[in-house]
Write a new protein. Structure first.
Length: 390
């Protein structure tokens, strides 16, 4: 006969009424648990001090034993250890990755593209550099480049900064030195909408050959043509913003719709050129009547409040219609003769396969040069041509 009696954690065995063993201790085999708050792996700046994210420890018999957890901090890990009253223990780790993978950010004071007239004074507008780990590192910025205001041209000032983890940021400021126009001087501003496309490089070739600068109001076309935005910028032309979608009904549904579209094309151009553009042209011009009543008046004020300058045109080539390159040429020349403007902003297009505009362009430039016009790109100092808002 076998009888087992459990008394307060001790077992007493009797075999055939004979006592065999007494006071055998009962041992609990459950281990406590530790749960970490926050991520089990944290990435931190190399010079940052670790701030505990928190933890909770629990035992099935002892209950909440968070206050019994011992925390040991090492460079690359945090060790958490806890023991219950039965001497069962648990240990876990939080991994620390000390790494700075973010580059610092340089912000320029003033405009990134500036225009000055020859023989004026260039004054550095200043800059600031902030790093996510090192804080303000403006004093570490290296500035390279110079501006000769006695010579017409485009000058580049480079600003470079490196943080303590060797992450680097570079930004450039462009200074255009122009001849100051005479009060009675007539200027032609060639502008091209709706590119880039396979037409754009042909236009750029002619402009380069004729040593003429122009302005390109771009849209979001095929990515394979993005290279022509960069080429136009590098060759000293102005890159203006036109539209991302070029879908008039969607763009002018509301003021927020317009700015959503504008922001998208701005982000694209800034990514390509590394310069935030400020010259824009409304799709359809500021005189379009596509949106609800009062929208264009509101937008014309808001864009300038946000630091943009918009340009319409006072000479139209009509090159979107089915006319020949000869008629495009004649139309432009007749307007130049009849209007007798000092500021002549000519609207043309570099959409895909627009051969007629390409074929007319060289003769337009030839006429301008032979008749006392100067050619220039649109800048912040260009007299603003605006349509009457309807």
């Amino acid at each position: 006969m076998l009888i087992t009696i459990l008394i307060s954690g001790s077992s007493i065995f009797y075999i055939k009424n004979k006592k065999v063993d007494t006071n055998i201790k009962y041992k609990e085999n459950n281990t406590p648990t530790i749960n970490l708050l926050g991520d089990g792996t944290l990435e931190m700046c190399p010079n940052d001090k670790y701030v505990e994210k928190g933890f909770v420890a629990f035992d099935i018999n002892d209950g909440n034993i968070t206050d019994k957890v011992k925390v040991v901090e090492h460079v690359n890990e945090i060790l958490y250890y806890v023991e219950n009253t039965s001497k069962n223990s648990t240990q876990i780790k939080r991994k620390i990755i000390r790494k700075d993978s973010d580059k610092p950010k340089i912000e320029l004071n003033g405009k990134q593209v500036q225009t000055l007239y020859k023989n004026s004074e260039y004054i550095e507008a200043g800059f600031k550099a902030i790093d996510n780990c090192d804080g303000d590192i403006t004093d570490k910025v290296e500035v390279m480049g110079s501006v000769d205001t006695k010579r017409v041209g485009t000058y580049k000032i480079s600003y470079t900064v490196k943080d303590s983890s060797n992450n680097t940021d570079t930004i450039e400021r462009y200074i255009d030195i122009l001849n100051e126009p005479k009060s009675d001087e007539k200027t032609i501003y060639l502008t091209f909408d709706d590119g880039p496309s396979n037409t754009t490089p042909k236009i750029l070739d002619i402009l380069k050959e004729e040593n003429v600068k122009a302005t390109f109001f771009v849209i979001n076309s095929n990515e394979k043509y993005d290279q022509y935005i960069k080429r136009a910028f590098d060759e000293g032309h102005t890159i203006g913003l036109h539209s991302y979608s070029h879908k008039y009904r969607e763009i002018y549904e509301s003021d927020s719709s317009y700015f959503n579209d504008l922001n998208l094309i701005e982000e694209k151009v800034e990514k390509i050129t590394k310069v935030k553009p400020s010259i824009i042209r409304f799709p359809g011009g500021s005189s379009n009547t596509i949106g609800k009543k009062g929208l264009m008046k509101k937008l014309s004020i808001e864009v300038e409040d946000k630091g943009y300058t918009y340009f319409d045109w006072n000479i139209a080539s009509n090159d979107t219609s089915r006319i020949s390159s000869t008629r495009i040429y004649n139309r432009i020349i007749n307007q130049l003769k009849n209007h007798n403007y000092n500021t002549n902003v000519i609207l043309m297009h570099d959409f895909a396969n627009n051969k007629k505009t390409v074929n007319a362009l060289k003769n337009i430039i030839k006429y301008g040069k032979e008749n006392g016009y100067r050619f220039d790109k649109i800048t912040e100092w260009t007299p603003q041509i605006k349509h009457k808002i309807r």
